[in-house]
Ligand binder design. Structure first.
Ligand code: PBG
Length: 333
């Protein structure tokens, strides 16, 4: 009391002194309801093939998928994001255009097994094409590149096949100009005006997708994706332009991808469009780095994961797509 130097009316530690008070002032919570779990579906039966670079993530056949979605629904997870891995790939990704293709059958399996679980599909061609690019190719300016407008027509066919199969929402990820508008038009012309679109609006050409390309067997056979995905070093505001375009074309939910290295962009988009639901994708490379360090005993996986997901929520993401969705649900419940 006498010692004036130590008199401090403001002491931040008062709100940190025990779990009860810390819990009271906890503003950002990672809940299973806001998480979406990506799933990789392949042909065969009783297939549960672990991805070497993504321990704990599996390619699974439809029978295994059915068991998986029951478990996921029971955990109260927000939804699943399906990726199809066809047996046969070709130039235009025909498997994705067929009602008997892997993704259409996967959607039907999910909706039959767990009608109330939100079933989202990744809409792109890189898993289905022999060349691994996100659309049909054409010689443009002397070199092979993805033909934007031809791909839009293929995307319209792809989403209608998925809509007929019963999908609840589509997530176009190919970064084609006009993709959201083309999908919206296909839906609205065919009685699917109720189906929402979650657009990978702000998607960077990122080395963090490396392990995913093993998981989905979708590495480009030549070149890279820089003629359609965004440059990490381009003006930050170009993210807003992409968002504006997609919203104008009818996107319902906007996504920024990857997550951790782009939380400034998540914040920028959230602040600029506070009333639009915002998702971020905690991608494969972000997953594999933590798994590897945890396996070596260098970091505490559970704590690092919760800290990272909390950062995404704090940056403004209401929805997080993450391979850890089940782990989070198990550790919280
Ligand atoms: C398909 C797609 C990719 C990812 C999601 N959808 C790969 C890519 O664009 O190369 C990456 C997901 C991840 O890394 O976890 N276009």
């Amino acid at each position: 009391m006498e010692d004036y130097d130590s008199y401090m009316p403001v002491r931040p530690r008062r709100l940190r002194q025990n779990p009860a008070i810390r819990n009271l002032v906890t503003e950002y919570r990672v809940t299973p309801q806001r998480l979406i779990l990506p799933l990789f579906v392949c042909e065969g039966s009783q297939v549960r093939r672990e991805i070497p670079s993504m321990p704990g993530v599996f390619q699974m056949s439809l029978d295994v998928l059915a068991e998986e979605v029951r478990e996921i629904e029971g955990l109260g997870i927000g939804g699943i994001l399906l990726f199809g891995i066809p047996e046969k790939k070709d130039e235009i990704g025909s498997d994705a255009l067929s009602p008997e293709g892997i993704i259409a059958r996967a959607v039907r399996t999910v909706k039959k097994t767990t009608p109330n679980l939100l079933c989202v599909t990744d809409v792109c061609f890189c898993e289905y094409t022999s060349h691994g690019h996100c659309g049909a190719l054409r010689k443009i300016g002397g070199r092979m590149d993805v033909d934007n407008d031809a791909t839009l027509e293929l995307l319209q066919k792809q989403v209608l096949v998925q809509a007929d199969a019963g999908v609840d929402m589509v997530a176009p990820s190919g970064m084609m100009d006009g993709m959201v508008g083309a999908i919206r038009e296909a839906f609205d012309d065919n009685g699917y005006e109720h189906l929402p679109i979650m657009s990978y609006a702000v998607k960077y050409a990122s080395a963090f997708y490396g392990p995913f390309r093993d998981a989905a067997d979708s590495a480009p056979q030549f070149g890279d994706r820089r003629s359609y995905q965004m440059s990490p070093a381009a003006v930050a505001e170009s993210a807003l332009r992409e968002v504006e375009l997609d919203l104008g074309e009818g996107a319902d939910i906007i996504m920024v991808k990857p997550a951790l290295a782009y939380l400034d962009i998540v914040r920028l988009v959230h602040d600029s469009y506070p009333d639009i639901p915002l998702a971020t994708y905690n991608v494969s490379g972000e997953y594999s780095m933590v798994k590897a360090a945890a396996a070596a005993g260098w970091i505490d996986e559970k704590r690092v994961v919760l800290e990272s997901l909390t950062a995404m929520v704090r940056a403004g993401a209401g929805i997080i797509i993450t391979y850890w969705a089940k782990d989070v649900a198990y550790s919280i419940s």
